[in-house]
Design a protein around this ligand. Sequence first.
Ligand code: AHR
Length: 496
Amino acid sequence: LNASLVLNPDHVVAPVRRRIFGSFVEHMGRCVYTGIYEPGHPTADEDGFRGDVLALTRELGVSLVRYPGGNFVSGYRWEDGIGPAASRPVRRDLAWHSIETNEVGVDEFVRWARKADVEVMYAVNLGTRGVAEALDVHEYLNHEGGTHLSELRRANGSEAPHGVTLWCLGNELDGPWQTGHKTAHEYGRLAAETARALRQAEPGLELVACGSSHSAMPTFGEWEATVLELAYDQVDHISCHAYYEVLDGDVDSFLASAVDMDYFIDRVVATADAVGARLKSPKRIGLSFDEWNVWYQKRFQADPPVEWEVAPRVIEDRYDVTDAVVVGSLLISLLRHSDRVAAACQAQLVNVIAPIRSEPGGPAWRQTTFHPFALTSRLAGGQVLRVEAVSPTYPTARYGDVPVVDAVATHDPATGDVVVFAVNRHRAEPVELRVSLAFGAVEVAESWTLSDPDTSATNTEHDPDRVVPRPQPTDLTGDTLTVVLPPVSWNTVRLV
Ligand code: AHR
């Protein structure tokens, strides 16, 4: 098969937004306990944070981490997690039917985030709580001093304010599974008033309203329209969440998951802009794709975790080569929409459907999905270029005919780097991709493929580097780059 595309430095979509390389730490399963935090682990530092997980987080190139949930946040009392560890209450977590010890709270998390060199995105509880508690946690985190809660923070050892600027107004409140689930109207009003109050405290905050939990929700579209009609002037962004898996053995459709992500983004943008037009507002709402990933939810539903345990093993999906290719293709979709996607968080960071796995007292390692994320975060820079790949198509049961090749590119005028990211979704055929470059003299600096004759290969504790990106042969003749994309592959080439 053959495909082609043209790269032109003038065809700019938007700057690469570093916040799209976000991740997510929820108090769920072993993401926090024995994930980022495990006092007594051989690599633990003075604060009990695992050094091996910290190192892998940095290597992954994470820019932003959403915290503390997720479904968890909709029943969470943030004040349970502050002050002396011994006096923190042990609580039920209704979302995951686990026991929360509150050993880690917001001060510890911010300390970890500083070490990991990531920005914190903080989610407030709008399930069981409301405006007052959102203001309280804001006062604790961001107020300089001289008030009850800011002084409490200082007394608890965090002298300087935490300076969190990006806030989620609740989580997935459109979902009937959510503690404190609401109608769009109930939530829209609450989000608007919470946002208004937070802005009274600190006008410069960036606020994210909850959008739909996924694009197949019965209220998808209507939810966004109602919420934004009520909160348009108060919020900056609306969230999107999406998880993908192989359903009914249909790998062809799974490989085309980014078609759904494109659709999701385009529909939310259209809905937000329609509301903006009705309100005659010049403002444009951004998208915060603050939960996305491959997640085998069917396996979770078939095998739910043990009830009321501390840090149980929950959704510790082991990812294969096909999953990694899909993760790479979802990153292509996010990059392509950099004009409207302001932030994105892969869910989650460690153990829970995560690119990083760790064992209690044992090693930490990179899942297959670690690699496309790390390479995209490292290589994408400057501006995103509009790319129209000319590609053969293949039929899928879920999305009809879809292109075999999907691609995006970035160009950094400061360094001269041009980077192409491309997937081949075909399960049997390699594709020869020809890239015409409307740039000056260039040479190939590096080229990688994530592919394997065994697409079900995984990385494990005992074989952690079974699947890694491998150098990819390329040909650069004149202004044409040629690269052969193996079947089921994610690929990247950097030219300088
Ligand atoms: O990431 C796992 C869960 O998926 C989150 O808690 C929830 O927000 C979503 O449904």
